[in-house]
Design a binder for this molecule. Structure first.
Ligand code: BES
Ligand code: ZN
Length: 459
């Protein structure tokens, strides 16, 4: 490779093969934040990000926290009058189980049919990598960036970012920015890029039901002693009524109806029911009957059991009346709901629902507040232009049912507004076996971000 290239887009095109090679290296690091056996790997992933930022031309360091480290990169050569952009992403990934359902191993990236298959390819290592390469393309060709940049890459997003809020508070001056840019979400459809106007929040609990002092013979005691598994199953079954509404008294009190133009925008989007059914393998029949699927996903709260266990779950039969039953139950929240308030309401509700002879305890696992943007003005125009320049199509405004808990906190602590533009495609299997990221989105994603930094420099 020779000859100086002066255009960042040309540079990204020429260096593409190397970019794929580097991404492959990054995706091979099994940075599973939830499992302590991978602590050394999350550390290696943080070092890898730092190293790549430095090679791109930024100052960067890995900063320890009580959990997984944070990587901060900085480039401030655009001067005090240019805006500062904070790029947030996460280098941690979800666990890969069940392993046997992967067609190729999760940490051995495999490109087939225009997709990069690997854990973290879409969520979020692949998307964080796009930013690093876009920064590199600017610095390698022009020797500068059009804006000042702070990169904040964390390793605990998938476990609720427990150490990031204190970190951002402590380093608020260093992280100060006008705009937060995040690529950790999906496009509306292939060829249709999107800008997010919302993310749902999250309130995640473990519900413990305890009955007798120890497991009992289910014949000798069953019928007289209350079975905590029966009780918990009934309580969970009654969390929704027959119209799909959540039955916890007061749960909807803080739910705000979005402005009319948001509702109109959602109604104007083509929802491909057949495609959706193909993606998930069943019809979208969950949630509140009174709302459309996109409304139920984006602007209405939800409640799901994420796991439950009790009694005997091994091979064959065992006649046991278990002493304990546990369920992991999470709520996706919309403005103006808060995880703290939902916890109080849930505890009160469960105290009323628990039958005599069963004790219920609620343990909060993690939470995050919902985010809602004012999707207009120069910031959104800049992102829309950048997306249009690389995808050849104006983005649509979409909500997102998933959560990125730090977004609201970053906005509040730093006094900045956020732009969320993601490049995963629907059906990318985030958190599931066979996660993938489209090569087309990988390439256009880098181009988009190259344009975006230029666009954000416009007054
Ligand atoms: N990238 C996702 C959020 C997301 C999911 C965006 C689906 C677009 C589509 C993020 O990494 C994530 O999974 N967040 C967690 C947060 C939780 C662990 C606190 C989530 O939503 O479950
Ligand atoms: Zn995720």
């Amino acid at each position: 490779m020779s000859g100086a290239i002066s255009d960042p887009i040309d540079f990204a095109t020429r260096e593409r093969v190397r970019f794929y090679r580097e991404l492959d290296e990054f995706l091979r690091i099994p940075s599973v934040s939830a499992k302590s056996e991978h602590d050394a790997d999350t550390g290696r992933a943080a070092d890898w990000v730092r190293e790549r930022l430095v090679r791109a031309g930024l100052d960067a360091e890995v900063i320890a926290t009580p959990g997984h480290p944070v990587v901060v990169g900085e480039w401030r050569g655009a001067g005090p009058r240019a805006p500062t952009v904070l790029i947030y992403g996460h280098y941690d990934v979800q666990p890969v189980e069940p392993l046997e359902l992967w067609d190729t191993p999760p940490f051995e990236p495999n490109i087939r049919d225009g997709r990069i298959y690997a854990r973290g390819s879409a969520d979020d290592k692949g998307q964080l990598f796009l930013h690093i390469k876009a920064l590199e393309a600017h610095l390698a060709t022009r020797g500068r960036l059009p804006v000042n940049v702070v990169v904040l890459a964390e390793g605990e997003e998938e476990v609720g970012s427990p150490n990031l809020v204190p970190f951002v508070r402590e380093h608020r001056d260093r992280l100060a920015a006008d705009t937060v840019v995040i690529s950790d979400s999906a496009m509306f459809a292939p060829g249709i890029p999107s800008l997010l106007f919302s993310l749902r929040g999250l309130a995640y609990f473990e519900i413990h039901a305890t009955g007798p002092a120890s497991d009992l013979h289910s014949g000798a005691y069953g019928g007289a002693v209350v079975n905590p598994a029966n009780a918990l199953a009934r309580i969970i079954g009654e969390l929704h009524d027959e119209t799909g509404r959540i039955t916890i008294p007061g749960f909807y009190d803080d739910v705000r109806t979005p402005p009319q133009d948001t509702l109109d925008g959602i109604r104007g989007l083509p929802f491909d029911a057949d495609g959706y059914a193909r993606e998930v393998g069943t019809i979208p029949a969950g949630g509140e009957h009174a709302y459309s699927p996109l409304e139920r996903l984006w602007i209405r709260p939800s409640c799901d059991v994420n796991g439950m266990w009790s009694g005997y779950t091994g091979e064959g039969a065992k006649t046991v009346l278990p002493a304990h039953a546990t369920a992991k139950v999470s709520f996706r929240l919309v403005p103006d709901q808060s995880p703290d308030r939902v916890k109080v309401l849930l505890e009160e509700h469960l105290a009323r629902m628990a039958p005599p002879g069963v004790k219920i305890k609620v343990v909060e696992l993690h939470g995050g507040r919902p985010w809602l943007a004012q999707p207009e003005g120069p910031l959104f125009a800049a992102a829309a232009n950048a997306l249009e320049r690389s995808f050849g199509a104006r983005p649509v405004l979409t909500g997102e049912g998933g959560s990125i808990p730090i977004v609201v906190e970053l906005e509040e602590i730093l006094g900045a507004n956020s732009l969320l533009l993601g490049f995963a495609l629907p059906g990318a299997n985030m958190h599931a076996p066979n996660e993938w990221f489209a090569t087309d989105c990988f390439e256009k994603g880098i181009d988009t971000l190259i344009h975006l930094y230029d666009e954000l420099a416009q007054p």
